[in-house]
Design a protein around this ligand. Structure first.
Ligand code: NAD
Length: 500
């Protein structure tokens, strides 16, 4: 007898409910093809119900004291810590990444929850005393109302945690639309959020794809939308939701270049590159997927290949695994197609990871570490985001050439330079047109004291997720100009000139 896969529920007005949709999709373990659950593609009326619940809850949540809100996130961070191992196992099973990397995914989200617990320090207004006689001006950072978040498959713990804790801690209510490819760990995190004390209607979850996302973009009662995912979908969401009058921030695709100068510490730089290119099977928006070797550093390719060959490709739950499967069969075929195009377009395939033998996981979507050298702009493997364990190498003569190359690429998520020269690092930092820069750090994702600041084609909207910027994103600044009359400040009749 086959047991039916569990059906993933939505969260509407504090209740976990089954969707009335007739359209369900399997959530599949990418290492085994086992069906773990079924996820609904919710109906538009279910989106409406979630928004109505969030709108109602906003009436009281917006007036809930800062300390009361913050204490929920103090409890929430503790619950996440206590459930770290369980969360990592759920995440690894549905997403494929290794257990230690899955814990890292949860941990980077946990840091945002900790930050949300201290939100009072960031949601402070300003006051100027005596801007005119007896007049003070001050600002309030007030929550917007119902906000929504749409998340990708590659960080199913961290990215939802970039969104709803900060939105809710600042006094908003929230609709979350997780990735339909791996919604299970997200739902476990949502259960823990309710256990921590988030009141009914303050956090709601609807599942689905295009139709649900479009309903979110169009809904008149949603005030702001935060999106993380591909450039194609993010551009659509930005345009559609902006047209409907919302605040929108979209963090999108990337092609992150790491520059290695010949004076870099060779061992450290190559280790960092291998980890940053192939970790999470290359499915990180900040993966260092493009290596620019400068001058004599070109000679380091064989050492890099030797290091990449030592990585263990296997199921994410197997101890010692470095590279797990990619998310789906379709993703594997896409990555293999791009590798084939690299060969056809004349790049040199110095390590071919296609069709690896993975004992015990013969049905998994595996691609092993793959490296191309001699890559040039115009080749698909350079022009497109591969989002798999494929590193492309370009060679240039000088640091200036490397900077010119990177600045000519449309993407601007992250970049890194490896060098022992402070002057070279400083030049890179000053002249590079990319929003997040690592100096001997391959994946420079800022901690939540700062904000995620991807730029150019990797981002639409002004303000990034988490940190100070997202407090501005999730609040409306209200400026109050105030005068209180007493005997000394009584007015002197009608005055029709522009003054206070
Ligand atoms: P995706 O764009 O396919 O999906 C993202 C979300 O959009 C999902 O919730 C999905 O259900 C929804 N969606 C998919 N197709 C849609 C459509 N036609 N209309 C409306 N909504 C739709 O992205 P993905 O494959 O899940 O994630 C990988 C991408 O995300 C990569 O490009 C990666 O670089 C990017 N990413 C960027 C960042 C960043 O911070 N810049 C972080 C993580 C991932």
């Amino acid at each position: 007898m086959t047991v039916a896969a569990p059906r993933i529920r939505m969260l509407i007005d504090g209740q976990f409910v089954e969707s009335a949709s007739s359209n369900w999709q399997n959530v599949v373990n990418p290492a085994t093809q086992d069906v773990l659950a079924q996820v609904p593609f919710a109906t538009v009326s279910e989106v409406d119900a979630a928004v109505a619940a969030a709108k109602e809850a906003f009436k009281t949540w917006r007036k809930t004291p800062i300390g009361t809100r913050a204490r929920i996130f103090l409890k929430y961070q503790q619950l996440i810590r206590e459930h770290m191992s369980e969360l990592a196992h759920i995440l690894s099973a549905e997403q494929g990444k290794t257990l230690p990397d899955a814990e890292g995914d949860v941990f980077r989200g946990l840091e945002v929850v900790e930050h949300a617990a201290a939100i009072g320090n960031l949601q402070l207004g300003e006051l100027a005393n005596n801007v005119a006689n007896g007049v003070d001006t001050y600002t309030l950072l007030q929550p917007l109302g119902v906000c929504a978040g749409i998340t990708p498959f590659n960080f199913p713990a961290m990215i939802p945690l970039w969104m709803f804790p900060m939105a809710i801690a600042t006094g908003n209510t929230f609709i979350l639309k997780p990735s339909e490819q791996d919604p299970m760990v997200t739902m476990r995190l949502v259960e823990l959020a309710l256990e921590a004390g988030i009141p009914k209607g303050v956090l709601n979850v609807v599942h689905g794809g295009e139709e649900v996302v479009n309903a979110i973009c169009d809904h008149p009662d949603i005030k702001a939308v935060s999106f993380v995912g591909s450039t194609r979908v993010g551009t659509h969401v930005y345009n559609r939701a902006s047209l409907a009058g919302k605040r929108v921030q979209c963090m999108m695709g990337a092609k992150n270049h790491a520059v290695v100068l010949p004076d870099a510490n060779k061992e450290q730089s190559l280790n960092a590159m291998v980890g940053a290119a192939f970790g999470a099977a290359g499915q990180r928006c900040m993966a260092a997927s493009t290596l620019v070797l400068v001058g004599e550093a070109r000679e380091w390719v064989p050492d890099l290949v030797a290091k990449a060959k030592t990585l263990k490709v296997s199921g994410g739950t197997v101890a010692g695994t470095d590279v797990g499967p990619v998310i789906s069969c379709a993703a594997r075929e896409r990555v293999e197609g791009l590798i084939a195009s690299g060969v056809e377009q004349g790049a040199k395939l110095v390590l071919d990871g296609r069709n690896p033998q993975v004992d015990g996981f013969e049905k998994g979507n595996f691609v092993g570490p793959t490296i191309f050298s001699g890559v040039k702009p115009g080749m698909r493997i350079y022009d497109e985001e591969i989002f798999g364990p494929v590193l492309v190498i370009l060679e240039v003569d000088t640091l200036e050439d490397a900077i010119e190359l990177i600045n000519a690429n449309p993407n601007g998520n992250g970049t890194a330079v490896f060098t022992q020269s402070g002057a070279a690092a400083r030049k890179f930092q000053e002249d590079i047109d990319v929003g997040q820069v690592g100096i001997n750090v391959p994946i420079p994702v800022p901690v939540p004291l700062f904000s995620f600041t991807g730029s150019r084609a990797s981002k639409l909207g002004d303000l990034g997720p988490y940190g100070k910027q997202v407090v501005m994103f999730y609040t409306q600044t209200k400026t109050i100009t105030s005068r209180w009359f007493d005997d000394e400040t009584l007015g002197h009749g009608v005055n029709t000139t522009i003054s206070l």
